[in-house]
Design a protein around this ligand. Structure first.
Ligand SMILES: *[C@@H]1O[C@H](CO)[C@@H](O)[C@H](O)[C@H]1NC(C)=O
Ligand SMILES: *[C@@H]1O[C@H](CO)[C@@H](O)[C@H](O)[C@H]1NC(C)=O
Ligand SMILES: *[C@@H]1O[C@H](CO)[C@@H](O)[C@H](O)[C@H]1NC(C)=O
Ligand SMILES: *[C@@H]1O[C@H](CO)[C@@H](O)[C@H](O)[C@H]1NC(C)=O
Length: 500
């Protein structure tokens, strides 16, 4: 799930926009930056005109003393271009582990819905990500990193919503929260923790069970494998066979053949290097499965349309399995076609999230979260999946986290704090999931009550429903969005009645 915003740099074209003073909360030169959506998607006819703003946020919501009682500048994006001023609802995206622009540019459904329902749209950046660094460059030092918790992030959003409503004359406007992946988890938590502020939540691809330590540790990589098997069982077998060949060479310590087969920049020389290579290879399949969208995308990397299908074609092309595997992971790592060799330790970094933390400073923040509240002890086992056996047990997690961050994870806390699967006291949450998404079965797949509604999208990958509509959309996501839109309209209507 972790943010791997590899290609953000060259995707974004920053234009200098006009200062907007009416909404200004905390000033910063960055608020003059504005993004030109047109360069990214030509067919976008509802290009949202987001303004980039900063909110003076409380550093520590739960302790008036220890790390100072100061504030930091929290970034958010806002557009009122569709808003029925003072009346229409507020659609609030609970930002997750990355730069908030990345989510805003890949969640066009929210603005499309705002246009129909007259909503104000806000995308809030999660503390410790993007430009919302509470202690600047020192944010990932110990103890400064300690204010990175789910609870602090939710309190940020609660306070931001409350104050912005006052400022904008939106006191009576119902608030609906939206989020994808970890952002979807935050949407669920917002609704159950702050029902006084939030009338309903659309949680897309939110693995609230698997990240709370509930479920089967083999599920994730089993479901990655299932995507490839579904295209063609021979595809799964070819991947398995390629890993087996690699394993045989590794046992023979034939490191130079491994280097040439996988075009590695340096000759591997230890079992640790081989472990790293296996991790890097497995990670590409994780990304291909998560991002198996029906059109090409630039989200967490660059992917062709139907990347799993493309991967299987590549995997089954030619007779040398290891070369085929190299070219298959190249769909992800070598999407530019510019890579001359694979650098084992810079293309992939192992961390406390076996599905990957990505690269760059955002990956530090996610690693810390995976070492504290978010539990992801997922394993591959070469039995229920096509990957080499790679465990990540609670003991391995403890060892790693103690060394990296001087913290001991507290298994079970997320489940205690945010209810796990015992959601019967909750209401007004949509849990949407795509069957192609390896995160789906770590979330809520069955409707639990008339207001805790599961929407499953057979042809959907990771939160496809949040993306803007596209001519290549399968019928199932069109139906899902329609249903979501009807339910949200009902929530807004009911919230108005309650407050009047
Ligand atoms: C809290 O804020 C007050 C007023 O700005 C300041 O005088 C005090 O030193 C602060 N305390 C801490 C622990 O930062
Ligand atoms: C399959 O291999 C042929 C010949 O090397 C190549 O031209 C073609 O592009 C390959 N197709 C895929 C999907 O990799
Ligand atoms: C990356 O892609 C280009 C273009 O297809 C290819 O020539 C190059 O060998 C690839 N790099 C690696 C490391 O496989
Ligand atoms: C996976 O299991 C098979 C059957 O037990 C074995 O032959 C193969 O070497 C294993 N693959 C890896 C990569 O360990």
């Amino acid at each position: 799930m972790a943010a791997r915003w590899l290609f953000l740099g060259f995707m974004l074209l920053i234009l200098v926009g006009k200062a907007e003073t009416r909404l200004s909360v905390a000033s910063s030169d960055l608020q003059f930056e504005k993004l030109n959506n047109e360069v990214i998607t030509s067919h976008r006819d509802l290009a949202a005109d987001f303004k980039e703003m900063y909110f003076k946020q409380i550093l520590d919501h739960f302790n008036y003393n220890s790390l100072g009682n100061g504030t930091y500048d929290q970034r958010y994006l806002i557009t009122d271009q569709y808003w029925k001023k003072g009346y229409g609802p507020i659609f609030f995206y609970t930002g997750n582990e990355g730069d908030i622009w990345e989510f805003a540019l890949n969640s066009g459904f929210i603005t499309e819905l705002a246009a129909v329902q007259g909503a104000l749209v806000i995308f809030a950046e999660h503390r410790y990500y993007g430009k919302s660094l509470p202690f600047g460059k020192d944010s990932f030092n110990i103890p400064e990193v300690g204010l990175l918790t789910v609870e602090q992030a939710l309190a940020d959003y609660a306070l931001m919503i409350t104050e912005l409503k006052n400022e904008l004359g939106a006191q009576t406007c119902p608030v609906i929260v939206f989020g994808g992946s970890y952002g979807g988890m935050l949407s669920v938590y917002m609704r159950i923790r702050y029902p006084n502020i939030v009338a309903g939540a659309l949680a897309a691809s939110a693995p609230i069970l698997s990240t709370a330590g509930l479920g089967d540790s083999a599920q994730f990589f089993q479901d990655v494998t299932a995507d490839f098997q579904k295209i063609n069982p021979a595809c799964r077998d070819a991947v398995k066979g390629a890993f087996q060949k690699l394993n045989t060479l590794a046992q023979q310590k034939d490191y130079s053949r491994i280097q040439s087969a996988f075009s590695l920049c340096k000759t591997p020389s230890t079992p640790k290097d081989i472990h790293q290579l296996n991790g890097l290879l497995r990670n590409a399949f994780t990304m291909l499965a998560m991002l198996d969208y029906p059109y090409s995308t630039h989200f967490m990397g660059s992917m062709p349309a139907f990347p799993v299908k493309v991967a299987c074609e590549t995997m089954l092309n030619g007779t040398d399995l290891m070369l085929a595997l190299r070219d298959t992971v190249g769909i992800m790592y070598n999407s530019t076609g510019q890579l001359t060799c694979y650098d084992l330790y810079s293309l992939y970094v192992e961390c406390a999230d076996p599905t990957g933390c990505g690269l760059g400073f955002n990956s530090n923040a996610w690693d810390y979260q995976a070492c504290t509240e978010i539990e992801m002890c997922f394993e591959s086992n070469n039995v229920t999946d096509m990957f080499p056996a790679m465990t990540f047990t609670e003991q391995q997690r403890e060892q790693y986290c103690l060394k990296r961050w001087r913290v001991l994870p507290r298994p079970g806390w997320l489940k205690t704090q945010f209810w796990g699967q015992d959601l019967s006291a909750a209401s007004n949450i949509i849990f949407s999931n795509g069957d192609l998404d390896p995160w789906a079965n770590g979330g809520i797949r069955k409707t639990l009550s008339p207001s805790l509604i599961a929407i499953n999208i057979p042809e959907g990958a990771h939160h496809l429903d949040l993306r803007e509509s596209n001519p290549a959309d399968p019928e199932s996501v069109i139906v899902a969005r329609k249903k979501e839109s009807e339910i949200i309209a009902q929530w807004v209507k009911a919230a108005r009645k309650e407050s009047s």
